[in-house]
Every structure is written in structure tokens, then in C-alpha cells.
Design a binder for this molecule. Structure first.
Ligand code: BGP
Length: 477
């Protein structure tokens, strides 16, 4: 046993997203979302978007891992691991099938009632993302997603509905998953139907403005509906290190960091940071503020949440500025780090660094809502005849990251909790593969849609259970 102790009431758990694990894509009156028209992909072939559903094409979100029908079994497994919290998202198109409907879909609301009631049975706090990489398809195709200001009103209607309905069942909320990722993946992240190569920077940043206003509005409405709500933003966290000590590399790292921090700064400080003025001026971007926007943005978040998988390097040297692989916004690879099978560079100390960085900058509580290792697992039968996976590589990855989290807490960082990404195997967001597995629970489902969907506990299942039971005491320094 180490002498590591996490704070009392630390929210240990796991994270998922509706389009990556629910399935039931047309059940209970659900409408289509942008995720439902995205095909499978691989490590090297990108996902394709089909404007209409095509026959004979495999769409991973349609069945995903079928949480829609298996939520009781899955929640029981989470409870067995001792989860204090479980992060999931609400599929907007389950509640408002087209996005611009006047009335919500009762059957969709009932589904989440059942899920939250099941979590409550085990004392697990839901942590709910309002929008995680899916927008009702109709809003994408007819309005160009968040480019159109009217989407703020539709989102307002949606959040008012779910906040009111679940006000006594859910306390922790996140607005937009990895909001900064929209700069790189406008359709997946912000429902923008215009292809990225045709999208002007003006429209992209105006769409971001709409999302930022909508996020602040959600904070305002949420606090009016239940002052006990804790509402956070969610940022894709990739710290940028200068590739060399050359001052120009240091400045480049600062600049790249700001590209992401812009989103957290507004959520935490309630106004646009001044450094963006120069960027806007140099790129001929003029953000249209409507009356009241400035005031709405003043509704700052209660906490900052973020995903963390890797760090990245920045350089001012065009010769060396060649992006490696990585989580949506990867930069130049770090020569001192090893990478996962998907090329994501593994950097546990970077997590300590970014925790301190965020806390120094905002002095608001933080929440790590995604972290984990995507790897190929081999299902074997152990000596007792049980099917399992010996995923020591995953255990080592998580152990090393959690040790650094403990260091950051020692450094003085206020941290609310930690949810590993994909606590149960699910569809990957970037490549749509199922063979890229993150879970403590193996799901028998393959990339071509075959498999029994049976669930099996991996070795990491008992390991995480022990970490939670000892509140970090079982971690190895
Ligand atoms: C984040 C997303 C998640 C998730 C995770 C892992 O960017 O918020 O939805 O999927 O990364 O990425 P991937 O699934 O591509 O391996």
C-alpha cells in the first residue's frame, strides 16, 4: 500500500457518451443525429458521412454496445466496482427528435428516468453531458448546426426540459463535450454540415460564439431551476510543450495553448480574452454579439472539466512542424515519450502539469472526466473457465496517471473526481472502431457489427475496484 489518499467524497467513476454506447438509434421515438449517419472507420481510413442512411452500410452508433437494453446489467457492474459517479450523455435527438420540435418526446425522457433511477439504487451520482458529439441531424442539415443563431433557442428549450425533468435526480452537469474540438471537427462536435474545407473562419468562430453563449445560458438556467446544480464546461486538454528551449518555440506553445484555452477562459472568466482580438483582426473575423450576449457570458461555470490523453509539442520551425497522430488535435510528437498503438503519446506527468496549469489559471475546482488507454485486447479463458482479458498495460497506464493526479492534489489542486474514458468497451469517436478498447468490461462486439454483446470482466475490473475501495491507497508509486 502506498500512502496515497484522495480527498474524502472524491468522485471515482467512468465515462461514456450516448452515441458511442446506447444503440437503440430509432427506438422510443428517437430522431437521427449526426452520429447516426457516420460510418465505421479504421485507424487509417476516415469515417464517412452519408447524408441519408444507406442500405448495406454499417453505422456503429445504431446498435453500439446496446446500453439502451442492457443498462441494468451494466450499472450493476459499475456498482460492483464501487463507482461513485457515472458520466453519460443525453442524446438530444431522443428528447427532441428533430431538434426544433416544440414538445419533447416523452419516451426519450422516460428512458433517462429509468437510467437515473437505476444509478440511484446504487448511490451512483450521474454526471451528465448535455451535448456529446451529436446534434439532431435536422439541425445540422437545415440550419448548418451552430452556425445558425436560432440553434441557441432550440438548445435552450432542450436544456430547460432536461434540467426541469431531472432536477432531483442529477446534480452534476457538463455543457458541451470538448467544446474546443469544434475548431477541428466542426460536424462531429458542432453539427456544422458545411464541409470543413469550405467553412470560413468567420462562420466557424461565429458558431463557437453561439455555443459559448448557449453554454453560459445553460449555466444560468440550471442555477435558476436548481441552485444546487454544479455545472461545468468540458475542454479537450492537451498541454503544449515547446519542442526546444528556443524562445520562438516557447511562444508557439503559448499560442497553441491559447487556441484551446480561449474556450476555458470564457467559461471561467465570463468574457472573451484580449489575446483573441489580435487573432480575429489578423484573420478578418468579426464576432457578431447580440444584445445581452455579454451579460449571458458572465454566467461562469462552477467547475472546469477536461479530457486528458496526451501532451503535445509546438515548434516555430516549419521544417519540424509535422503533426503526429493523436486525439483530434495532436501536434508535433515529443521525442521523450512512447505512444499507444494508435499513436497517442503517453505522458502521465503531463496530467499533473495540466491540473496545476488549469488550477493556477482559474482557481476553480477541476474534474478529470476522461482519461484512459485505447488498446487491442485479447479475450482468453482463465483457469476457472472464465473469459477475461489480462490488461496489465491498461492497469499500468491508469496507475501511473493516478499517481500523478495524487501529486497534483498534493500540489494544492482542488479536484472533484476522476472518470476513466470508456469504462465499458464502446465505439471509438475518432475511428469508430470497437477493437480500440478502453473498458474494465469487455464487450463481445466486433468492427463489422458481429458479436454476442456479452460482457466480461477484465483484470483491470478488480484493480479499479481496489483503487476505489482504498481511495487510492492501492496505487503503486
Ligand atoms: C474524446 C471524446 C470521447 C472519446 C475519447 C477517446 O475526444 O470526448 O468521445 O471517444 O476521446 O477517443 P477515441 O474514441 O477516438 O479513441
Amino acid at each position: 500500500m502506498s500512502n496515497i489518499k484522495f480527498p474524502e467524497n472524491f468522485l471515482w467513476g467512468g465515462a461514456t457518451a450516448a452515441n458511442q454506447f446506447e444503440g437503440g438509434y430509432r427506438e422510443g421515438g428517437k430522431g437521427l443525429s449526426t452520429a447516426d449517419v457516420m460510418t465505421g472507420g479504421t485507424h487509417t481510413t476516415a469515417r464517412r458521412i452519408t447524408p441519408e442512411l444507406e442500405v448495406g452500410i454499417y453505422y456503429p452508433s445504431h446498435k453500439a454496445i446496446d446500453f439502451y437494453h442492457r443498462y441494468k446489467e451494466d450499472i450493476e457492474l459499475f456498482a460492483e466496482m464501487g463507482f461513485k459517479t457515472f458520466r453519460l450523455s443525453i442524446a438530444w435527438s431522443r428528447i427532441f427528435p428533430n431538434g426544433d420540435d416544440k414538445e419533447p418526446n416523452e419516451k426519450g425522457l422516460e428512458f433517462y428516468d429509468k437510467v437515473f433511477d437505476e444509478l440511484a439504487k446504487y448511490g451512483i451520482e450521474p454526471l451528465v453531458t448535455l451535448s456529446h458529439y451529436e446534434t439532431p441531424l435536422h439541425l445540422a442539415k437545415e440550419y448548418d448546426g451552430w452556425v445558425d443563431r436560432r440553434v441557441i433557442g432550440f438548445f435552450e428549450n432542450y436544456v430547460r426540459t432536461v434540467f426541469t425533468r431531472y432536477k432531483d435526480k442529477v446534480k452534476y452537469w457538463l455543457t458541451f463535450n470538448e467544446i474546443n474540438s469544434a475548431l477541428h471537427f466542426p460536424l462531429m462536435s458542432a453539427g456544422i454540415w458545411t464541409p470543413k474545407e469550405k467553412l470560413s473562419k468567420q462562420d466557424l468562430y461565429q458558431a463557437m460564439h453561439h455555443e459559448l453563449v448557449a453554454s453560459a445560458l445553460a449555466v444560468k438556467i440550471g442555477h435558476e431551476i436548481n441552485p444546487e446544480f454544479k455545472i461545468g464546461c468540458m475542454i479537450l486538454g492537451v498541454p503544449n510543450y515547446p519542442l526546444t528551449p528556443m524562445p520562438s518555440d516557447v511562444l508557439k506553445a503559448m499560442e497553441q495553448d491559447r487556441g484551446n484555452l480561449f474556450f476555458a477562459d470564457i467559461h471561467a472568466r465570463g468574457e472573451y480574452p484580449k489575446y483573441m482580438n489580435r487573432y480575429f483582426k489578423e484573420n478578418n473575423i468579426e464576432i457578431k454579439f447580440e444584445e445581452g450576449d455579454k451579460e449571458i457570458l458572465k454566467n461562469t461555470v462552477d467547475f472546469i472539466s477536461f479530457s486528458y490523453y496526451m501532451s503535445s509539442c509546438a515548434t516555430a520551425d516549419p521544417e519540424k512542424n509535422k503533426a503526429g497522430e493523436g486525439n483530434l488535435i495532436a501536434g508535433v510528437p515529443n521525442p521523450y515519450l512512447k505512444a499507444s498503438d494508435w499513436g497517442w503519446q503517453i505522458d502521465p506527468e503531463g496530467l499533473r502539469y495540466i491540473l496545476n496549469f488549469f488550477y493556477d489559471r482559474y482557481q476553480k475546482p477541476l474534474f478529470i472526466v476522461e482519461n484512459g488507454l485505447g488498446a487491442v485486447d485479447e479475450l482468453i479463458t482463465d483457469e476457472n473457465g472464465n473469459k477475461t482479458v489480462n490488461d496489465d498495460y491498461r492497469i499500468n497506464y491508469l496507475n501511473d496517471h493516478l499517481v500523478q493526479v495524487a501529486e497534483a492534489i498534493e500540489d494544492g489542486v482542488e479536484l472533484m473526481g476522476y472518470t476513466t474514458w470508456g469504462c465499458i468497451d464502446l465505439v471509438s469517436a475518432s475511428t469508430a472502431e470497437l477493437r480500440k478498447r478502453y473498458g474494465f468490461i469487455y464487450v463481445d462486439r466486433n468492427d463489422d457489427g458481429t458479436g454476442t454483446l456479452e460482457r466480461y470482466k477484465k483484470k483491470s475490473f478488480d484493480w479499479y475496484k481496489e483503487v476505489i475501495a482504498t481511495n487510492g491507497g492501492s496505487l503503486k508509486k
